[in-house]
Ligand binder design. Structure first.
Ligand code: HEM
Ligand SMILES: *[C@@H]1O[C@H](CO)[C@@H](O)[C@H](O)[C@H]1NC(C)=O
Ligand SMILES: *[C@@H]1O[C@H](CO)[C@@H](O)[C@H](O)[C@H]1NC(C)=O
Ligand SMILES: *[C@@H]1O[C@H](CO)[C@@H](O)[C@H](O)[C@H]1NC(C)=O
Length: 473
């Protein structure tokens, strides 16, 4: 018996050694970018997600850039990944969408956002959904309908907050934006609903960028449960609508129901619900982080606040009718404001990684990216590059003076780039501008507590950001 078990043990040992060797040295027809694949299966996932308080390039990325150069390989959530901090490669990734690269997100994202979410769709279906979303949040709709609604929401909320001794700006702006988006999408009225829809999205940022372990207690588990509950509510609402088809609400649900009724419609109920879910999430979590950070920067930089206030007071002064609301022309004239917004999202790095899959084998600067591998473009490395942004960690909106470019550029990818450029960009920018307009023209504020940030590597305010608002007059 001895020789046989010895034989088996040896074979197993050889196989394991070979497997570990293959893990560390994946097959490639050319020269892989340098890097380490970490431990078998788990790779370097834990290092990647490890929290840090720095606003600089995440230590995980920084250390590997120093060791291996701007493009390196690693393994995240059991997948081989090429990380790109190279602006040229990032640009190529965006320009070659659907040709050399395709949108791809880790399985955790697909589980949470649904298999039919926009990020996972391609080709015709993707284009169709994109036009649906732009119909709602694109420039035309913003100009015609959304601008006054945004202003009303901002001024009403600020008014309420000013009566309180302190508010958590992160939470308050998230609720403000969620209520607004949910109203546009599904005519959701939180005061009339027995269940709180927003609550189901709260554990989200934690869960999305966490280790995909689906057991009770983990943030990933909470996140999946939140999705289940939210989807159940959305489904119920859609069914209620179906029962009374003649009643129009003028929201996105109406539009979707109309599309679903059409013969040979490409839209399915599943796709529509997944889309609704993604939009609700994308619209409130990202913008509230950006707004909170903007106000924090303004609190810390009185000179910037002064110049911003000047811009907005001039807009009000130059108005013929003092009671009229913000106009599109006024919004377009907010030059310094838009510099403040650019500088805020540059430093915020709300999206720390943009994922793609290589559809073909790709040669880049002497290295080979094998077909099928994941590629992660890393916005923080671009936004904090001192040769593009001198003194990169400083909040300096004036650095944007004279910068002329349209949409995403090689050196600015907070909203992505190429075909998959964020459809919410205009909506976010206008929402921030309108909120800042109402804030600086009518209120003073002082920070009370919180405001510290953590990145895991997504931006978070673990203790919120509590401020006290006070009427100027
Ligand atoms: C500060 C706020 C925001 C930031 C930093 C941001 C960032 C991004 C980025 C980087 C992408 C590209 C992802 C990729 O290429 O794979 C993206 C896509 C997307 N964003 Fe945003 N976003 C923001 C706000 C919004 C808002 C308010 C909405 C909803 C109206 C939204 C909806 C979407 C959707 C649906 C996509 C997917 C588009 C696609 O796959 O083509 N985003 N966003
Ligand atoms: C953050 O990263 C730096 C650099 O790697 C490290 O020294 C520090 O301990 C990390 N942890 C926290 C909590 O900031
Ligand atoms: C937003 O909705 C929450 C419930 O989800 C409600 O308590 C709050 O009053 C609403 N706020 C506004 C400004 O509509
Ligand atoms: C903000 O950044 C965008 C994208 O690079 C650019 O097109 C725009 O001109 C910038 N705005 C200002 C005021 O610099």
């Amino acid at each position: 018996m001895w020789p046989l078990s010895l034989c088996i043990a040896t074979l197993v040992a050889i196989w394991v050694t070979y497997w570990v060797y293959r893990w560390r040295n994946p097959k490639c027809n050319g020269k892989l970018p340098p890097g380490s694949m970490g431990f078998p299966l788990i790779g370097e996932t834990l290092q990647f997600f490890s929290p840090n308080t720095t606003s600089d390039i995440p230590p995980f990325i920084r250390q590997r850039m120093n060791r291996y150069g701007p493009v390196f390989r690693t393994s995240l959530v059991s997948r081989p990944v090429i990380v790109s901090t190279d602006p040229e490669l990032n640009h190529l990734i965006f320009q070659q969408e659907g040709k050399l690269f395709q949108s791809w997100y880790p399985d955790t994202f697909t589980e949470i956002f649904g298999r039919q979410n926009v990020g996972s769709l391609h080709g015709f279906m993707y284009k169709y959904l994109k036009s649906l979303v732009l119909n709602l949040f694109g420039p035309e709709s913003l100009k015609e309908k959304l601008l006054p609604e945004l202003e009303l929401a901002a001024s009403r909320n600020l008014q309420t907050w000013a009566t309180q001794s302190s508010i958590d700006l992160k939470e308050a702006t998230a609720t403000m934006i969620f209520n607004l988006t949910a109203k546009k999408l599904i005519s959701y009225d939180p005061t009339k609903s027995s269940e709180n829809l927003q609550k189901n999205f709260v554990a989200f940022v934690d869960g999305l960028i966490s280790f995909p372990l689906n057991i009770p207690g983990t943030s990933y588990h909470k996140c999946l449960q939140g999705r289940q509950k939210a989807m159940k509510m959305l489904k119920k609402m859609l069914e209620e609508r179906r029962r009374e088809p003649e009643k129009a609400h003028g929201d996105f649900f109406d539009y979707v129901l109309g599309e679903l009724k059409k013969e040979r419609s490409v839209l399915t109920e599943e796709i529509a619900l997944d889309l609704m879910f993604v939009l609700l999430f994308a619209s409130f979590e990202t913008t509230s982080l950006a707004l909170t950070l903007a106000v924090k920067f303004l609190s810390d930089h009185p000179k910037v606040l002064e110049e911003l206030t000047k811009e907005h007071e001039a807009i009000r002064r130059n108005r013929e009718n003092q009671c009229s609301g913000l106009t599109w022309k006024e919004y377009k004239s907010m030059i310094f404001t838009s510099q403040v917004i650019n500088e805020t999202v540059r430093l915020a790095n709300i999206v720390p990684g943009i994922f793609r899959k290589a559809l073909k084998e790709i040669e880049f600067k002497g290295h080979t990216i094998p077909a099928g591998w994941a590629v992660m473009a890393c916005p923080p490395a671009v936004h904090l590059n001192p040769s593009m942004y001198p003194n990169p960690l400083a909040f300096n909106p004036w650095r944007w003076g004279g910068v002329e470019s349209n949409g995403g550029s090689k050196n600015f990818m907070a909203f992505g780039g190429g075909l998959r450029f964020c459809v919410g960009t205009d909506f976010t920018k206008i929402q921030m501008a309108v909120f800042l307009h109402c804030l600086v023209t009518r209120y003073r504020w002082k920070p009370i507590k919180g405001g510290d940030i953590v990145r895991t590597p997504g931006l978070q305010f673990p203790n919120g950001f509590h401020i006290q608002l006070e009427d100027k007059v």
